[in-house]
Design a protein around this ligand. Structure first.
Ligand code: GL9
Length: 834
């Protein structure tokens, strides 16, 4: 109470409350003040970096004013809130996004140019917040953008890694990892909240005790404490005052020095032990779609979950509502199984700390959580060793056993005598060593489970979670197809196209209502519009060509078809199949006469993406792509007919340049393996067509834009199992065209053939060809031919491109968030004050 300014003083306060700059001049005033005071510099040493920092401070001030208003309003109205728990938020840069959302970009640009700076240069000074691996982390970033834009009261909770995803260097054709220390300079986009640090415990033991009423309890005590310090990142919505919060936790040594553990003479060692606490949030694990059972990763998960839940529960308790209303006020979404310990932690808080009965607590827990599954790949499913959990979190392991016991008792009642079923669905896998199946715990602890595209949501019901569909009712399982924010992925990344669309549709309303793009359809056959459309594509290709030239020295012709595959390097995503087809094309060009060659479509094959540091096959694929580039790009006979480029260190900021520049992009995973994909949506929204398999969101994209506007090929998900079976038992010949490609690799054309032998042997030479590269190769080459043919008719191509864009409204993350809000979270937007 004593923290509140008394009524009689509030007018004075309001007189001095920070105003929001409205004009270029006001911005300039703020800019100079920040250079001179915040940065303690002057007009004599204000370089580009300082100018970026001062401009971002000025914009941050505005954000914070709106952020405060939003949070005050939410505290006052106390609506139901959604908390999105994600171990990854792949945000990219903040400044451009903030300027566009606050509608101050023009003014800021004019303001800094008054001091001789170019806004584009300042934007480039900001390091990416690269706190994610790929699609899953970028999805979380798009989702919080939509939560703010749609005025939902929603917070993200994550970890503030000091090192984001590593920086990729290509040296001698190989990937080399370098640390991404992104916090070298002050970060204007975060607000440290040291005053609300939370203690998190690890290790220790559990003890039984009986209370005055004779009730038996178990408590957890005696462990090591680590401090969780929150850093708040304001998340502005577009076209609204609403600014939500992304709260990222950073680990610090505990405030109290542990004198019990402190032996005299071992002071330095004691301090060093304390410092260990900081390693918890030090680094993002760089694996995509792959699980690694490291203790530090488990520590990260619990640290983040415990701090977030403590924060959420504290906020709930301030409202003095009864516990029974917890899930009327709070929804928590588990982004993959990474935060599944939250289920256990909430049950522990309610039972051990707040004294609720088990059943009452469990009802609250299960009505609060929802779980999103993002992959069916078996190597990606988290299973923690029982002993690891028991040592680090002894009380949680007991609770997991109890959850399992009650669950299995229920199942036994409903399916008496089905012991196979019991062992199949048990949270504990009775393997050696025993393991906790986190996905099962997430399903049992949630009221809804969703996949991320239609096919994927069907597949989880019929394969990995089949038994749970039988146990629960079918409508516990649902689908929410992924989406992307059109603010970043159209307006910010492709300002020219956004402007052209706005001219045709009479304004920028489509950025809040992407379905309005439908209005473009009537221009699909308009030849003058085709020209404008293709001209913008050309300009975007020139922008990418400049990036390629500056990075790799390769000059590419913007008249060529730009063919792009950028995403994490993974065998299931089949970059190997793509580069094999490029080699095949090269062989055909070499075999052709000079006359025949002229008939070939010029192409630039562009690759980009990181491999997990320990993923040998993926690293081999990167080496092969670079080796092919080195041969092809230096072949004078081939010239501009074919270029092969690997863009180093693919990240969000580069994606903003690459995506608008594509004519065709590859989304060619083995059917049934890519849960959704989201870059497929980004490319099509920017007028690029796609070549893809019948997988993930490609299927829904086809349904929306029409099958004439996409190049589909390959076997269907339903065929995959039989094909794999036939590889194991039958004798399968390698596709003859693929054999030619293997022969030339083995001849040493791309360097020592031994480098590639494991890659080739996993496919041919009685390899299992688990990802069906050979099975799909013929239809892949055929689809490539269709692409060439279609591209030759530029008007027909423009028509496809425009029609596709016009029908992409469904893939806005606003639509996805509205579906979550209605079907899973039961939350409503909080209207703006007027
Ligand atoms: C992923 C899927 O592989 C993608 O197909 C999907 O689009 C995204 C978002 O739902 O989720 N699952 C997954 O584990 N990753 C994905 O990208 N990987 C990471 O980014 C860690």
């Amino acid at each position: 109470i004593d923290a509140v300014i008394p009524l009689e003083h509030r007018n004075l306060w309001k007189k001095y409350a920070i105003g929001e700059f409205q004009t270029k001049e006001e911005f300039q005033g703020e800019f100079v003040r920040h250079v001179e005071t915040t940065l303690a510099r002057s007009l004599y040493n204000c370089d580009e970096l300082a100018a970026y920092q001062a401009a971002s401070q000025a914009i941050r001030d505005r954000l914070i004013v709106a952020w405060n208003k939003t949070q005050q309003k939410h505290t006052l109205r106390d609506p139901k809130r959604i908390y999105y728990l994600s171990l990854e938020f792949l945000m990219g840069r903040a400044m451009d996004n903030a300027m566009l959302n606050l509608n101050v970009k023009q003014l800021t640009g004019d303001g800094v140019s008054g001091f001789g700076f170019r806004l584009e240069d300042l934007i480039e000074k900001e390091p990416d917040a690269a706190l994610g691996n790929g699609g899953l982390g970028r999805l979380a970033a798009c989702f919080i953008d939509s939560l703010s834009t749609l005025n939902y009261p929603g917070w993200g909770y994550g970890l503030r890694y000091q090192y984001g995803i590593f920086k990729q260097k290509i040296i001698d054709g190989y990937q080399v990892e370098q640390p991404d220390y992104w916090l070298t300079f002050d970060n204007a986009w975060e607000i440290p909240r040291t005053e609300i640090a939370i203690d998190v415990m690890f290790y220790g033991y559990t003890r039984k005790f009986t209370d005055d009423e004779g009730k038996v309890h178990r408590i957890w005590e005696g462990g090591d404490l680590v401090q969780a310090v929150p850093y708040d990142f304001p998340v502005p919505g577009y076209g609204t005052e609403n600014v939500n919060n992304l709260r990222l936790w950073s680990s610090k040594p505990n405030r109290e020095f542990d004198f019990a553990k402190f032996n005299e003479g071992a002071y330095d060692q004691s301090v060093a032990e304390q410092q260990q606490a900081e390693t918890i949030s030090a680094v993002l694990y760089p694996n995509d779609n792959f699980y690694l059972g490291k203790e530090l990763r488990l520590k990260q998960q619990y640290f983040w979950v415990a701090a977030s839940l403590s924060d959420i529960v504290r906020r709930f308790k301030k409202s003095r509502r009864p516990w029974i209303e917890f899930s009327d006020q709070i929804a928590i979404q588990l982004n993959d199984t990474h935060p599944t310990l939250a289920v256990v932690e909430l049950q522990r808080i309610l039972v051990d700390r707040e004294g609720l009965d088990w059943d009452e607590a469990w009802e609250i827990v299960t009505s609060t959580f929802g779980y999103t599954n993002h992959t069916v790949l078996p190597e990606a499913l988290e299973k923690w060793q029982v002993d690891l959990i028991g040592n680090l979190l002894p009380r949680h392991l007991e609770i997991i056993y109890d959850i399992n016991l009650y669950f299995l008792q229920d199942v036994e009642k409903r399916f008496p005598g089905d012991h196979d079923l019991l062992s199949r669905v048990s949270i504990i896998e009775e393997s050696n060593p025993r393991q906790v199946r986190m996905a099962y715990l997430a399903i049992i602890g949630s009221h809804k489970v969703n996949g991320v595209a239609e096919l994927h949501s069907e597949l989880i019901k019929t394969t990995i979670f089949k038994d749970f569909v039988k146990i629960y009712n079918e409508d516990k399982f649902t689908n929410v197809t992924n989406g992307i924010t059109p603010r970043r992925w159209l307006h910010q990344a492709n300002p020219k196209l956004s402007k052209l669309i706005a001219e045709k549709l009479g304004g920028y309303d489509f950025l809040n209502n992407l379905g309005l793009l439908k209005g473009l359809e009537k221009y699909a056959n308009d030849k003058t519009f085709h020209k404008e459309w293709l001209e913008i594509k050309r300009a975007n290709k020139a922008r990418l060509a400049a990036l390629i030239k500056s990075q790799s020295g390769v000059e590419v012709d913007t008249n060529a078809l730009f063919d792009i595959q950028v995403k994490r390097i993974h065998e299931y995503k089949r970059q190997q199949m793509n580069i094999f087809s490029v080699i095949y094309r090269y062989l055909q060009l070499k075999a052709a006469s000079p006359e025949e060659r002229k008939k070939f479509q010029k192409r630039v094959s562009i690759f980009g993406g990181k491999s997990a540091p320990g993923y040998y096959m993926a690293k081999t694929i990167i080496k092969l792509i670079n080796a092919v580039g080195a041969v092809v790009n230096n072949d004078a006979e081939i010239g501009d007919l074919l270029k092969v480029v690997f863009i180093e260190d693919y990240n969000v900021s580069k994606a903003e340049i690459i995506t608008p520049a594509s004519d065709i992009s590859h989304h060619i995973s083995t059917a049934g393996t890519e849960a959704s994909g989201t870059s497929n949506m980004k490319f099509v929204l920017n007028g690029g067509l796609i070549i893809g398999t019948v997988d993930g969101a490609n299927i829904e994209i086809t349904r929306e834009i029409g099958e004439n506007n996409i190049f589909l090929f390959g076997h269907l998900a339903e065929d995959v199992e039989d094909l794999r079976h036939s590889h194991r038992f039958g004798h399968t010949e390698l596709n003859p065209d693929l054999q030619k490609v293997f022969d030339v690799i083995e001849s040493g054309l791309f360097g020592d053939a031994n480098i590639y032998s494991n890659l080739l042997n996993s496919i041919g030479n009685h390899g299992s060809d688990y990802y069906l590269v050979s099975d799909d190769f013929a239809s892949f080459l055929n689809a490539q031919q269709q692409v060439d043919k279609a591209y030759a008719d530029q008007d027909a191509w423009a028509q496809k491109s425009i029609t596709a864009v016009a029908n992409m409204g469904f893939f806005s993350s606003d639509r996805a968030i509205n579906e979550y809000a209605e079907n899973i979270w039961q939350i409503e937007p909080v209207p703006l004050d007027n």
